[in-house]
Write a protein that binds this ligand. Structure first.
Ligand code: SF4
Ligand code: SF4
Length: 301
């Protein structure tokens, strides 16, 4: 019933995992990543490590983590004269869309099980790709994205932690094998063949999370015409070769994204930026960060 409710709400995958503490190897990998400073400017990633280890710290009596995935691969793309925005930020803010759907799921689960739920969409420190792999909906690629076998990686993830005990799915055991295409395609050398990402070199992180007045000089050599995020390590992945466009209208590119040129950005005010992108993931940037990225992407270093 829970899985068919997920499908009827438009989710492309739904799996269950027992809410036991995260395994030692995955904890050690995460700790190493933070200790090496590979979380870059994402200071939040270094915090709440106890909560990340144990879903029962997010919800007392947690028995199951339900992992859900929602396709955002676009049906329409920006024209070539627009400055590039990563596909995930084309349409309405995914936090809003996912939260609405997860809330409906949570109500449904509470109604049929009389148990407690906690929906999570970037709103709690939870290892979402770990749980998605455990719940059998995909595996973590060397591009650090969750890859759904046969469907690709252009998916948003959300979780519902619940006190209901559900039969766990078989974890996904697929791997990248010796592919390595994303490691070679990454413009800034942020990936390695062991599957680690150095966020301090990742354009996605630098262009969105880093609000310094200036980015390191080398970024100007690799930024291309990107101003919000980077999809390169997904676009080159063979698992995305047959990605199917989402049917969720909320994820279609907005007018502002379709017409995002340097002239348009520079003509805005900070207030207009806020209004234009109020319901977009682009609001995570500040206007001055978008201006900084624009200057770099258009060769004005
Ligand atoms: S998002 Fe771009 S910069 Fe970051 S790892 Fe992927 S290809 Fe490299
Ligand atoms: S491009 Fe190859 S190595 Fe990279 S995530 Fe896809 S399958 Fe894995």
């Amino acid at each position: 019933m829970i899985k068919s409710q997920a499908a009827s709400l438009g989710f492309d995958a739904c799996g269950f995992a027992a809410a036991t503490p995260v395994d030692d190897e995955a904890v050690a990998r995460y700790d190493r990543w933070v200790e090496q400073g590979h979380h870059g400017c994402m200071q939040w990633a270094a915090g709440h490590r106890d909560l990340r280890r144990d879903p029962s710290m997010l919800l007392e009596g947690a028995q199951t983590v339900i992992s859900l995935a929602l396709n955002y691969y676009p049906a329409r793309f920006q024209p070539s004269d627009a400055l590039r925005v990563a596909y995930y930020a084309y349409g309405r803010d995914y936090h809003e869309v996912l939260r609405e759907k997860l809330t409906k799921m949570a109500h449904f689960i509470e109604e049929i099980t009389h148990c407690t739920t906690r929906p999570c969409v970037d709103s709690a420190p939870i290892r979402e790709r770990y749980w998605a792999q455990r719940a059998g909906i995909g595996f973590v690629g060397h591009n650090n994205c969750l890859i759904l076998p046969g469907k690709g990686s252009f998916f948003f993830l959300g979780e519902i932690v619940t006190t209901t005990q559900l039969p766990p799915d078989e974890p996904c055991t697929m791997t990248c094998g010796d592919c390595g295409k994303c490691v070679e395609a990454c413009p800034s050398g942020a990936l390695d063949y062991q599957g680690a990402v150095d966020a301090s070199r990742c354009l996605s992180c630098l262009l969105i999370e880093n609000h310094d007045e200036q980015l390191p000089e080398w970024v100007g050599d690799v930024i291309g015409n990107r101003v919000v995020g980077c999809d390169e390590c997904q676009l080159c992945c063979p698992h995305n070769a047959h990605a199917v466009a989402t049917t969720i209208e909320d994820f279609a590119p907005t007018e502002a994204v379709m017409t995002l040129t340097r002239e348009r950005i520079e003509a805005m005010t900070a207030g207009e930026f806020k209004r234009t992108f109020a319901h977009s993931a682009i609001s995570r940037l500040r206007y001055k960060t978008l201006l900084r990225n624009t200057a770099l992407a258009t060769g004005e270093k």
